[in-house]
Design a protein. Structure first.
Length: 148
């Protein structure tokens, strides 16, 4: 890694202990700096997860209350409207109230992000997240694993 810059970070001791535990679970060669770099990269990808005009692949994960009136119908409507971007879905009944739904998605970044925003913003969706990466055609210079 080139051009490393040192800086100091202040945090509560309990949070630092959690960071150290996380680093240990990641492996013996992982130190605080490596963990912080990984976490920052991950968060930056999350915040800018979509290149609007490029193709992306990823998943939309959500937990929702299936008793929320009209929620299932609204989710279905959005999914039908975006059937070309949804590659696969998995639906799991977690308990009497909650469902987990995971959608594998692929398409133009702007469209995928908009679809996720529409679903994750619905009343009754308790938790949700879009995770995306650029497709092989847009990952210039990165190692890509192909299946034949």
């Amino acid at each position: 890694m080139s051009d490393l810059v040192r800086f100091s970070v202040s945090m509560p001791e309990a949070l630092l202990e959690q960071l150290d535990g996380f680093a240990q679970r990641r492996g013996t060669n992982t130190n605080r700096s490596e963990v912080l770099r990984d976490l920052v990269r991950e968060k930056l990808v999350d915040e800018g997860h979509v290149v609007p005009d490029e193709e992306v692949v990823g998943s939309i994960t959500m937990v929702y209350d299936h008793h929320t009136p009209g929620l299932a119908a609204r989710l279905d409507k959005i999914q039908h409207r975006h059937h070309t971007e949804i590659v696969s879905t998995m639906h799991v009944h977690l308990d009497d109230e909650n469902c987990l739904e995971i959608l594998a998605v692929r398409g133009q970044g702007r469209v995928v992000a908009n679809m996720a925003d529409c679903m994750l913003g619905l009343k009754g969706v308790r938790h949700g997240r879009l995770t995306c990466v650029a497709t092989a055609s847009t990952m210039a210079g990165q190692h890509v694993h192909h299946h034949h």
